[in-house]
Design a protein around this ligand. Structure first.
Ligand SMILES: Nc1ncnc2c1ncn2[C@@H]1O[C@H](COP(=O)(O)OP(=O)(O)OP(=O)(O)O)[C@@H](O)[C@H]1O
Ligand SMILES: [Mg+2]
Length: 372
């Protein structure tokens, strides 16, 4: 068991290319931490620095109380499942999973029981005698997971470990990995593109973005529990990145008396958490954020609303259990949610939907931070 401390970590692959800037983060002992962020923002780079596979340009990395900047990967007691994992092609599934234990001279009986347990969890019992080339991509990925699990390390590092699995197996493995982590209580860092994985698996989520060239901009935009991130995104990046369908982010102005937000041709009363901030922003531009599930048809909603917006339907997206409807309001596209597809609106139809104003988010368009 171990915590992981990143203190002002910088990674520059070349003097011109800084990929990670000023990353400070404490991953608690036993915590399941999820990293999300767009492709190329440096998620794998951070994981590889924790594992010791990539040098750290500056800053301090600790595992437990030990500074590990210069500690060899094999001495970090970490098991990592890579984004592009490699199995030993000439070894059976059993030996692939057992190999890390065999070279550590663990007794055979112990190895057998650990491999058996991992194979049960991962549904690999039928394949233990096969070679990797006789497995599907998803089965191979599970072998790679098995190899990590049997090691019983202080830290698991997972880099998109479920990305090759089909939808059904992904859902199954998502739950299995969460259960496993909760029972082993092994500190885990898990990289994913998948919003559902991030929301459901992690104790906390760290949302990363590319740090770009501006030396004052770091990669970490927010680190909080999934629900904190969903309910109170700290900035425009997190607001736009977390949530499917995406939060509507629209240009708006605070009224001169600070009581309302003027957006989409309507006045929305400022919700209580933003009242103080709105007084500071009287007459000024803001960005209004509102999630599609907080824009709905008057006869379907189960919340109170006196505020509606009217626009023209661009496209309805029936998903079966709900319909996401995209509509144009004064040159901006807004997405709302209908519960029923009984009477689907058609492109070009006028549409009026209610807004749950107490679920609004307000951001400063300059600093991009949440107003609070
Ligand atoms: N060895 C390297 N030399 C130079 N640049 C690199 C090297 N490895 C990665 N990069 C760059 O560093 C950035 C971060 O890469 P990284 O693989 O960490 O991203 P990622 O967030 O894991 O992306 P993805 O979601 O696509 O896996 C990318 O722009 C990448 O091109
Ligand atoms: Mg990656």
């Amino acid at each position: 068991m171990a915590s992981i401390t990143l203190d002002r970590i910088v990674k520059a692959y070349t003097p011109e290319v800084t990929v990670i800037r000023d990353l400070s983060l404490e991953i608690r002992d036993g915590e399941f931490m999820v990293f999300v962020g767009p492709s190329g923002c440096g998620k794998s780079t951070v994981l590889r620095m924790i594992a010791g596979l990539e040098t750290i340009t500056s800053g301090t990395m600790k595992i437990g109380d030990r500074v590990v900047n210069d500690v060899h990967p094999k001495d970090r007691d970490i098991a990592m499942v890579f984004q592009s994992y490699a199995l030993y092609p000439h070894m059976t599934v059993y030996d692939n999973i057992a190999f890390g234990l065999q070279i550590r001279k663990i007794p055979d009986a112990e190895i057998k029981s650990r491999v058996q347990q991992a194979a049960d969890t991962l549904g690999l019992n039928a394949f233990l005698d096969r070679k990797p080339k006789a497995l599907s991509g998803g089965q191979r990925q599970r072998v790679a997971l098995g190899r990590a699990i049997v090691r019983n390390p202080s830290v698991f590092l997972f880099d998109e470990p479920l990305s090759n699995l089909d939808a059904e197996l992904r859902v199954h493995m998502r739950a299995e990995l969460s259960k496993l982590q909760r029972s082993l209580k092994t500190t885990t860092v898990y990289v994913t593109h998948d919003q559902v994985e991030a929301m459901t698996m992690g104790h906390r989520i760290a949302v990363l973005r590319p740090c770009g060239k501006d030396p004052s901009v770091g990669n970490l935009t927010q680190c909080a529990t999934p629900m904190e991130i969903y309910d109170a995104p700290a900035n425009l990046f997190t607001a736009g990145f977390m949530g499917t369908p995406k939060m509507n982010l629209v240009k708006a102005t605070i009224s001169d008396d600070g009581a309302d937000v003027l957006a989409c041709g309507t006045r929305l009363p400022v919700s209580p958490p933003f009242r103080d901030a709105a007084r500071r922003f009287k007459g000024k531009d803001v960005v209004l954020g509102i999630r599609p599930e907080h824009i709905g048809a008057a006869h379907e909603i189960d919340w109170h609303s006196d505020t509606s917006i009217t626009g023209t339907v661009e496209i309805p997206e029936p998903l079966g259990h709900e319909v996401i409807v995209h509509f144009q309001v004064q040159g901006q596209t807004i997405s709302g949610r209908l519960r029923s597809h009984a009477s689907l609106p058609a492109q070009g139809d006028p549409i009026t939907l209610q807004v749950r104003t107490e679920a609004m988010h307000l951001f400063d368009p300059v600093s991009e931070q949440r107003l609070s």
